[in-house]
Ligand binder design. Sequence first.
Ligand code: NAD
Length: 261
Amino acid sequence: MMRFSERVAIVTGAGSGIGQATALRLAREGARLVIIDQSEAGLVETEGMLPEGSEVLRRVMDVSDEAQVEAVVADALKQFQRIDVLCNNAGIAGRHPPITDQDRSEWDRILGVNLIGPMLFIKHVAPHMQARRLGAIVNTASVAGIRSGAGGNAYSASKAGVINLTMTAACDLGGDNVRVNAVCPGLVETGMTRPIFEYARANEKAHKLGARAELRRYGAPEEIAAAILFLVSDDASFITGQALAVDGGNTASLNLPGMKV
Ligand code: NAD
């Protein structure tokens, strides 16, 4: 399938994990790419994996810095003259201190990257999509934005914010045929979750990874990328303002201890 021929897609957090898998699949389906990350090594790795002949603009930057967001959007338009797809995917996890021991600067840092970053990209990309009356945006939220227990307080609040930003942006932009959706991944093996996976494997707890999902397993970055590609493709042309859990059924169940055989 070449659902993205001629289209230009921005992917943030493209140097690792879900963002890398999304960039690769978009390129395989014909998209021209703007790949963004704070890690140059990650972006170089991603670019090296793209199909030969892929057109790509690579930018090391911090998604929470508005001046940098504005500059990369201007550069993308200069190089490609259009932006059809925006995947707001960069994110950070942070620590898990109890609610009585929260650190204000940690909240600022996490909300800055996970929530303000997507808002800034939508703010600067959407006017070009509105002018063409065509565009699709997907924000990577998390199951942590739907239920507690999948991340620290600041991370979870940031992802709940991303789900709501998705709805409010979809309402603002729907009249101009710009769609905004979110994916809410469950546990996926990526750079972000590497410490969890390494700890479990080193301590004979690997069988517990993903075990509470209804599919009894964790996910692969490619499985989240597949959902992102669906939502930014024309296959999803009547879907906007939605948050799709891609979590092996995790959030479909209370999964009370002792209820499963
Ligand atoms: P990852 O760490 O492998 O990838 C995240 C990428 O974002 C990294 O390459 C990192 O360098 C980049 N990044 C971080 N801060 C940045 C900034 N300020 N500016 C630019 N780039 C920045 O992790 P991942 O799991 O692929 O994460 C992708 C998204 O998926 C995140 O938003 C994360 O919250 C979300 N998510 C992940 C899981 C999971 O289990 N892995 C579950 C739910 C949601």
